[in-house]
Design a protein around this ligand. Structure first.
Ligand code: DOR
Ligand code: ZN
Ligand code: ZN
Length: 449
């Protein structure tokens, strides 16, 4: 037999261990992993010279790819190029777009636009639609999950209406799709904001005063309570406080199907960066103080966190630089820094490699039902993240593939540069460049459809 390609002299992450091996790939699938003598002949040989680490293709379940009406911030080409450059082979796209992804039609249009442009595999969330029957239509159209923004009215379900939210959660159990939650309580947030605005407070620090820890806790508590009778699958996005994680951990004891994500930003940065960089470092939820950051690390190390998501949220520099903090767009690009930041923490002994792989590949695959991804083994999709873990490098935001070429991490020295990214058996990124055509990535559909 002659297979499409064989990767030689890999140091691959197999069953929790780094193993010297070779990987044969045929028709986009991992055909065999073994010694060189066990490898079939191949059309293409990729020799890693026992220097590079091979991880299962990473999955970022929290990415804002924008495009359509927000293509000036990011489009499917630039966003999935940033993913490839960051070592991500699959990304899940958030629905707060223009138009908002919240119907079968808007989802269909989005998939059609993305299809020929994506260089990594891409799945799509939908906001809740205006009517319950549409939940099934959206699921049939291939959504990977629903998103509920609790901080602001975005989707079709009134976020002040407990009954409506409960009904929507129930409907997701029928289509067996998870619900990703942005847990910030909009009532509390709006009250805090109104007070600060009235007092003419417009500085970056005032944004932090509005988005308090309580804002997160109240939203987490509320949605857990509402979901208790529904058996809905909840995945909490970007939890930023120890108390948030603790509330979720407590709920996990009685409710199965609850998981949570932390972003590298809330682990690597603190409100000191808001003092240093001002509005550039504004995101929702915001950066917390050093004590809280340490407490969040403790939660990670106690095994209470399930995934790392980049919350890649590109904006233009102009949008980040408005004078009045209430007009600044929240969020920063994350796809091209997440893996190096997390691997640097492994080097520093703050994390172990097992956590990086479980939180960026295995658990995301499991939570979103992507059963053919997340692990390096025969039969899985040939999605591989190949990393230089030895040589440190400097983050250079001006070289980002993302349209958002700024970062509070600019100039940081880190370890773990993605050097080759393979999607469905094809090299999509190597030597700092995207080398695949748009359309090399495939549309990922939810619920193993
Ligand atoms: O910082 C954020 N940016 N938080 C969100 O919830 C939305 C996101 C965005 O879309 O820019
Ligand atoms: Zn969010
Ligand atoms: Zn987000």
């Amino acid at each position: 037999m002659i297979v499409d390609s064989v990767i030689l002299n890999a140091k691959a992450y197999l069953k929790g261990q780094i193993t010297d091996c070779c990987i044969a790939i045929e028709e986009g699938i991992i055909h065999k992993i073994g010694k060189e003598t066990q490898m079939p002949n191949a059309d293409q040989k990729i020799n890693l010279h026992s220097r590079l680490l091979v991880l299962p293709g990473l999955i970022d379940t929290h990415v804002h790819l924008r495009d359509e009406g927000k293509a000036y911030k990011e489009d499917f080409t630039s966003g999935t190029s940033a993913a490839a450059a960051g070592g991500f082979t699959t990304v899940l796209d958030m629905p707060n777009n223009t138009p908002i992804t919240m119907s079968a039609q808007t989802l269909r249009n989005r998939i059609e636009t993305a299809q020929r442009r994506i260089v990594v595999n891409t799945g799509f969330y939908s906001e809740f639609p205006q009517t319950l029957p549409e939940i099934k239509e959206i699921a049939n159209q291939g959504a990977v999950g629903f998103k509920l923004f609790m901080g602001d009215q975005i989707g079709g379900v009134n976020i002040d209406d407990n009954t409506a939210i409960t009904e929507a959660l129930k409907a997701t159990t029928e289509v067996k799709l998870p619900v990703a939650i942005h847990a910030e309580d909009h009532t509390l947030l709006a009250t805090n904001e109104a007070k600060l605005k009235q007092a003419k407070k417009t500085a970056p620090a005032d944004y932090l005063r509005a988005h308090t820890k309580e804002v997160e806790r109240v939203a987490v508590e509320r949605i857990i309570k509402l979901s208790a009778k529904t058996e809905a699958q909840l995945h909490f996005c970007h939890i930023s406080t120890k108390e948030g994680v603790a509330t979720i951990t407590e709920a996990k004891k009685t409710q199965k199907n609850i998981t949570c994500e932390v972003t590298p930003n809330h682990l690597m940065l603190s409100n000191e960066e808001v003092e240093r960089y001002g509005a550039l470092a504004i995101m929702a939820p915001p950066l917390r103080d050093r004590l809280e950051v340490e407490a969040l690390w403790q939660s990670v190390n106690e095994g209470l966190v399930d995934t790392f998501g980049s919350d890649h949220a590109p904006h233009t520099l102009e949008e980040k630089q408005a004078n009045n903090i209430w007009e600044v767009k929240a969020g920063i690009p994350g796809l091209e820094v997440t893996l190096p930041l997390m691997l640097t923490m492994v080097k520093k002994g703050k994390l172990c490699l097992e956590q990086v792989v479980s939180h960026l590949a295995e658990n995301p695959a499991q939570i979103y039902g992507l059963t053919d991804r997340g692990y390096l083994k025969a039969g899985q999709a040939a999605d591989l993240t190949i990393v230089d873990y030895q040589n440190p490098f400097k983050i250079d935001a001006s070289k980002f593939k993302s349209k958002a070429k700024f970062s509070p991490y600019n100039g940081w020295e880190v370890n773990g540069k993605p050097v080759k990214t393979i999607v469905g058996g094809q090299i999509v990124y190597e030597e700092n460049e995207v080398v695949a055509k748009g359309g090399t990535g495939k549309i990922v559909r939810g619920g193993a459809r």
